[in-house]
Write a protein that binds this ligand. Sequence first.
Ligand code: 5GP
Ligand code: ZN
Length: 119
Amino acid sequence: MAGEPQADCLFCKIIAGNIPATVVRETDTTVAFRDINPQAPTHVLVIPKVHYADAAALAAAEPGIAADVLREAGRIAADEKIVEHGYRVVFNTGAGAGQTVFHAHAHVLGGRGLQWPPG
Ligand code: 5GP
Ligand code: ZN
């Protein structure tokens, strides 16, 4: 069924507690945890508890949960005190754009200068 946990999905395993992660916030619909290979002083991933391959698929099927992910990204940025100097919320979509885990996730990046355009 759409949105159901996938046995071969790394982030579904983190949600289930089968793979450890440094969780910074959890809600009924989302989990936020530190990226294992941080690209900035703050690098947190916000994921929906439901499984969709990318942000667009999540938004099409569950717009309320997609909004939850965005709200949580902002909440993490505030908690991490990266709002004042600016931060970035990134949804890599597709292997060609660097997506490696096909469970929708927002990268919340900040705490250093951020170049535009990104690489
Ligand atoms: P993507 O490349 O799909 O946009 O982002 C996947 C992110 O997941 C990467 O930044 C990668 O470092 C992170 N990641 C991969 N495996 C793990 C893991 O086991 N634990 C955590 N916390 N992050 C992971
Ligand atoms: Zn998943």
